[in-house]
Design a protein around this ligand. Structure first.
Ligand SMILES: [Zn+2]
Length: 66
């Protein structure tokens, strides 16, 4: 947010500096110092909604008829 300089964005994609993380679910950039995020087993998420989606996508379950 507020960082719309395309040069900065391109550099970030190449270098992936440690001060910025990416949400594992929606791949939004998470800027350190600006946002409260969820950390789950070493992976970062914007919020509980993204964490939930990620967990669901990676969960192993079957759909069965009772
Ligand atoms: Zn997200």
């Amino acid at each position: 947010m507020g960082l719309e300089n395309p040069l900065v964005t391109n550099m970030d994609r190449v270098n992936m500096p440690n001060s910025e993380k990416e949400c594992e679910s929606c791949h939004e950039t998470l800027y350190s110092g600006y946002e409260d995020v969820k950390l789950h087993e070493g992976e970062y998420f914007c919020d509980e909604e993204c964490l939930k989606n990620h967990l669901l996508e990676n969960a192993t379950y079957e759909e069965v008829t009772l």
